[in-house]
Design a protein around this ligand. Sequence first.
Ligand SMILES: [Zn+2]
Length: 404
Amino acid sequence: MVRDMPSTKDSAASRPRRGEAARWQTAVDVLRLVRRQPGITRAAAAQTLRLSSSSATEVTTRLRQLHLVEETVAATTGRGRPTGALRANPDGPTVAVVNIRHEDFQIAVVDLDGTIVETHQGRHTGDDPAGLIARLRTDLREVRDDYGFRLRAVSIVVAGTVSSGRLVQASTLDWHDVDLGALDDGHQPRLPILMGNDATLAGVAEARRGSGRDSRTMLYLTIEVGVGGVLIDNGVPAAGATGAGGEFGHLPFGDRDLACPCGARGCWDLEVDGRAMARHRGDRPPHDPRSYAVEAMTRADGDPATTAAVRRCATAFGSGVAGLVNALDPDTVVLGGLAPQLRQLFPDAVAEGFDSGLMVFRRASPPPLLATSLGAQAAVLGAAEVAFDAILTATGLAEWAAQP
Ligand SMILES: [Zn+2]
């Protein structure tokens, strides 16, 4: 899913020496913990990371001086001395997220505490990837001018399959083999560029900051055009060897007589989205399956043919989710995109597909199916998460500390 492009970061000259790296590693551990648990007290952080009180004080003081954490005095409990409540500092490093969607794009700046501080949008026709990338390069340059050294990485979200740093297939955009690394304008110092599929990144955000934050192994599934998703284990996506994993919509849960645009037959995609709803209603394949699905779902409590078509998709969705639960054994399933609405319309149909598809031993305590809590922002927040993973390292903090 994520590819760190070549960067001057990796040069031997800028790499901290071993003793120094160890010193920074404790700071990295504290900072990552504070981002995961905003408001954690210094004492609790010390306990979680098994640091002595003096070491915790030394590290948090250093992080505070570097504008990486803020510390407010927390209420004293019992006999202990007052201890500070820690939060990521919004004046610390930021990352830029470029979100390339079907008909528009978004550039967002996300700060260290996971807040989207700035966002702007533009439209594109979808038929000129090179032109769009040139435009995004210019826009990113402006963001970089605004934020200076505080901007530490660029993270790209795309509604397509990303493999080894390239967008290999985006059916909704009809793009094939686009080099997203071309967003790098060569300006020094070069920023790391990360990239990932929108569903994968939305899953990362849900697992860390959304509905799945109490889970250990979470399955994220979203319906847009087809089904996407990812399995997240302890906050880390299982995205495969090249980053192209999670293409659950192309499991052969469907009718083998149907050919999928991906090149395979019988894909689950074709049973649950707007294409399936149109086929069941006897309509021609829709130009925009997502809009078709949205419209069909709004009419699904009246018109009988539409109701039957959407209901059939709800059952097919539930049944496929059961297959994935059987195979992957998540403790929680989080639903995004159009999936929560589909389930809200026909909870009995989703449950019928799900319950009958589960292996018997799972039926007594199946994982809960929860709706997204981050909604449309999930992918951008997830892209920021993986970018901060890449820069909140011993090397990254040493570089940050070396800034004037
Ligand atoms: Zn397919």
